[in-house]
Design a protein around this ligand. Structure first.
Ligand code: DGT
Ligand code: CA
Ligand code: CA
Ligand code: ZN
Length: 495
């Protein structure tokens, strides 16, 4: 590839696109480009493609070739154009496209639109940590709290909302403007400031006085749905609630702390993760707000890859890392043979890995290594390893990696059959979604959860920041069916 060139991600996309599109004509020129590393030619190529065509590449399954065909044949230059063309069934008429492809594109457009506007929670967390560090030492800054979707732990975040408690906003705003990632200061007022980072992420900061801090934190944490219900309850009691406090007439009766804001309505403090306007008020009324799982509750990890397949750490390193975290057990679950790109294990290799684990396990008295496998649920149904191999395992997770575009019935059937297998313990990343990249595949989750319940199996909450799969709503559904959730990382040993 073009590894000798210093291309930014956008240039790389343009480069790939044009490379595929006009490969024959330009092969010679591209060789020159690679040799000389000069960018003028790239600039010329770039001018042939409107910037917006690049956004088409965010649609799952749309590579440079297809994106180029859409642009050339149908003059589709934006995601909006693409959506309309799919709705008009013009896309299915093109060579190399069909009705199914068109449907999948249409489904992927939403994810593609979001990809440009949102970031993973994990990425937001990194920004939050470095902003905290950057602002943390300002004299006079008494509190600094992130609010919004980040505080609620949403899987993706649109923008960051910070609240600061200070008498003088000036020094805080000055320091924010000097944050290393800042591209632009969008607005700066007396108490409110908005910046945009190089990455395109917007950060809003509000400086509020102490008597309003709790009310502001509550208001700007949201969600909007949660706050709508709260305002309604306040109104029913003749109270008014806003970002400045809770008021009876002109009198502020609460505002400094979130707890007292909720207490004026006889409500408990809600963990931000529950504030989505779903069932939290029902639970509160029944005195049954759930205790949330915290990192301290995690005792082990049941989905991990090692150097035996696509991991980059040895089993021993994984054990040591887990022990350092205070874990009591892990399962090594490398891929099965079908996942050839990940160097998946066949029967012979997995059996010899398990022998190696048996030997290794003797090293630690206070720690368990489970012999596991992430076995593929094959496209045509059935599992990627025979039962007489699977029965030797301590822990088997089954997952769909191939055939994700199949119709709903077929994928559902494959998953239910996998759950029926006596040696399968859990289904890994059950929806297959990749946040901001690929929507979940079509599956009848209720039917799968019923099967999990009937066969006594578990469902995974894959905690990889790109997956978070099952999502919060699906986990609640699993809980309602009495299906246990296993929280795993799918770790490959990044360190
Ligand atoms: P995001 O940024 O799209 O991931 O989602 P949020 O929840 O962070 O939303 P954002 O940044 O627009 O606003 C932060 C919070 O402020 C939101 O959760 C609730 C509150 N808020 C903002 N605008 C409004 C509004 O117009 N009405 C109400 N009730 N609340 C609002
Ligand atoms: Ca936000
Ligand atoms: Ca905001
Ligand atoms: Zn895995």
């Amino acid at each position: 590839g073009a590894s000798g060139l210093k291309l930014n991600p956008k240039e790389r996309l343009v480069f790939q696109e044009v490379l595929c599109w006009v490969m024959e004509d330009l092969a010679e020129k591209i060789v020159t480009l690679l040799k000389t590393g000069s960018l003028p030619l790239l600039e010329e190529l770039k001018s042939q493609v409107p910037d917006s065509v690049l956004t088409l590449l965010r649609v799952p399954g749309l590579g440079p070739k297809r994106a180029a065909a859409l642009y050339k044949k149908l003059q589709i230059a934006t995601l909006e154009d693409l959506r309309q063309a799919c709705l008009d069934h013009r896309v299915r008429e093109l060579d190399g496209f069909g009705a199914r492809t068109e449907e999948n594109i249409l489904k992927g457009i939403e994810a593609a639109i979001q990809a440009g506007q949102r970031i993973l929670w994990y990425e937001a967390d990194q920004i939050v940590q470095s902003l905290r560090e950057h602002l943390g030492t300002i004299p006079g800054l008494r509190r600094l709290e992130p609010a919004g979707s980040y505080r609620r732990g949403k899987d993706t975040v649109g923008d960051l909302d910070f609240l600061a408690l200070a008498d003088d906003p000036g020094p805080i705003m000055d320091r924010l403007a000097a944050f290393r990632g800042v591209k632009d200061v969008l607005a700066r007022g007396d108490t409110k400031m908005s910046i945009v980072l190089q990455s395109g992420v917007q950060v809003d900061l509000r400086v509020v006085p102490s008597e309003s801090f709790g009310a502001a934190l509550q208001y700007f944490t949201g969600s909007k749905e949660h706050n709508v219900i709260l305002r309604g309850m306040a109104k029913d009691r003749g109270l008014k609630i806003n970002e400045y406090g809770v008021f009876r007439g002109e009198e502020r009766i609460a505002g400094a702390e979130e707890e007292e804001v909720y207490a004026t309505l006889d409500l408990p403090w809600f963990p931000p993760e529950l504030r989505e306007g779903r069932k939290e008020f029902e639970w509160a009324a029944a005195g049954k707000l759930p205790d949330l799982v915290t990192l301290d509750d995690i005792r082990g990890d049941l989905h991990m890859h090692s150097t035996w397949s696509d991991g980059i750490a040895t089993i021993e390193d994984m054990v040591e890392a887990a022990r350092a975290r205070g874990y009591k057990y892990i399962a090594i679950t490398d891929h099965s043979q079908r996942v050839t790109v990940a160097n998946g294990l066949n029967a012979e290799r997995v059996l010899s890995q398990w022998q190696a684990i048996d030997r290794l396990a003797k090293k630690w008295r206070d720690f368990h290594i489970l012999k596991g496998i992430e076995v593929d649920i094959l496209e045509g149904g059935g599992l990627d390893l025979p039962d007489d191999v699977l029965k030797e395992a301590d822990w088997v997770v089954a997952s769909v990696h191939f055939g994700q575009n199949q119709p709903r019935d077929q994928i559902t059937r494959r998953m239910i059959d996998a759950l029926k297998n006596p040696y399968v313990c859990a289904i890994a990343h059950p929806s297959g979604r990749l946040l901001l990249e690929r929507p979940p595949y079509e599956v009848d989750l209720d039917a799968v959860l019923r099967a999990a319940r009937d066969y006594g199996k578990m469902m995974e909450l894959n905690a990889h920041p790109r997956r978070l799969d099952l999502d919060d709503v699906a986990c609640a559904a699993a809980k309602a069916y009495g299906v246990p959730i296993v929280i795993s990382t799918d770790e490959i040993g990044r360190g």
